[in-house]
Ligand binder design. Structure first.
Ligand code: 1HN
Length: 349
């Protein structure tokens, strides 16, 4: 491994001649683009405390009417990536959205895919392609690329949810845009988490109607009540040292429920300290309940309910439950589905 030549090694007039012709020598930049062993990462292990975010969000509710915002969101921007770039990690956009009683957020669809993970409040709902999805705390609602979605709030107190989008990737590819629409006609039946896909392992016998625009997304609401109960039962049959963790999948195919971002939820049992497998994906954690400490590449971040954490690619992660009597639950967003499809996803020992 010899030292590579630098820009300064080159005569000034030669460098100027390259610049004038839109040419760049690779070798001075090669090691930065292709470091040995581990990627260079600007993403900082970061904690956004909900007790800091919530008052700012409620203040936005007083300062900015929904009509002036379209979506009233504070973006969780990773300082290592530049706040103006609105990236929690290189591929993951995270925002905290506030909707007040009686407000609506107008119907639209767009090329980036989004999910909502409900943090606080009762009575919010999202309509996805005519399916009205109630939003209870901890519920996951999918609004994949190209599907119409709008929000409303029929309750009495503020509702806050976390938006996770693949926006940095789609925007970086110069492929991000949206279309506005008239309010959707709401189908008069409960969402499919209560009807067609009520139980794991049971799907409609004829399969889903292929003609429907949302055929790739048979299930768009994953209720927290079901996920929490499933984790409680899984905890009872999972050896210590092994993760109590469930993935959100397409019930028809068993594949990741969205193409680019992946979603899972894990339970830290009382007193548990858990090392996550080191992998090539970046991720964001949201604390559903409980408290503890995350050690991310040597940075210790104490977390509480509704806090959010950013995890760089290739990071070492250890999670510790602070309570010896109560479990803690964390919702995880990562870009592993994209990395798998592009052929470079790796899990290290
Ligand atoms: C979006 O469509 C929503 O529908 C929220 O609630 C945040 C951020 C960027 C682009 C689209 C929503 C968004 C967004």
């Amino acid at each position: 491994m010899s030292e590579l030549g630098t820009l300064e090694d080159l005569p000034l007039d030669y460098r100027q001649g390259l610049t004038a012709r839109n040419l760049v020598p690779l070798w001075p930049a090669l090691r930065a683009a292709l470091p040995y062993g581990i990627p260079s990462r600007r993403t900082a292990p970061t904690l956004w405390r909900y007790q800091d975010v919530r008052p700012q969000l409620l203040e936005a509710g007083r300062l900015t009417p929904i009509e002036k915002a379209e979506r009233r969101v504070l973006v969780l921007a990773n300082p290592g990536l530049g706040l103006e770039n609105m990236q929690a990690t290189p591929s993951i956009y995270i925002g905290m959205q506030l909707i007040l009683p009686g407000e609506t957020a107008s119907n639209h669809r767009h090329s980036p895919s989004a999910v909502r993970f409900v943090v606080e409040g009762e009575g919010g709902f999202t309509v996805v392609e005519g399916e009205k999805c109630p939003m209870e705390p901890g519920d996951l609602i999918l609004t994949p690329s190209g599907l119409w979605h709008e929000h409303g709030h029929a309750g009495t107190a503020p509702v806050v949810w976390m938006d996770a989008l693949d926006l940095p990737l789609i925007y970086g590819l110069e492929a991000s845009y949206c279309t506005e629409g008239a309010p959707q006609a709401i189908r008069n039946e409960p969402d499919s988490s209560q009807t067609r896909y009520r139980r794991a392992g049971l799907v409609p016998w004829r399969g889903r109607a292929q003609a429907q625009a949302w055929a790739d997304y048979p299930l768009v609401r994953f209720p927290w009540r079901e996920a929490k109960a499933a984790l409680a039962d899984l905890a009872g049959v999972t050896a210590h040292g092994e993760a109590v963790r469930l993935a959100y999948v397409n019930p028809e195919t068993g594949a990741d429920c969205m193409p680019i971002l992946g979603f899972s939820v894990l339970q830290l049992r009382p007193g548990e300290s858990l090392r996550l497998p080191r992998h090539s994906a970046s991720s964001v954690l949201n604390v559903v309940d409980g408290a503890g400490t995350a050690l991310i590449d040597g940075v210790s971040l104490p977390f509480e309910q509704a806090d959010t954490l950013a995890v760089p690619t290739h990071a070492e992660v250890r999670l510790e439950n602070a309570s010896s009597t109560r479990p803690a639950h964390l919702f995880v967003v990562d870009d592993a589905p994209m990395q798998k499809k592009l052929g470079f996803y790796e899990v290290f020992a």
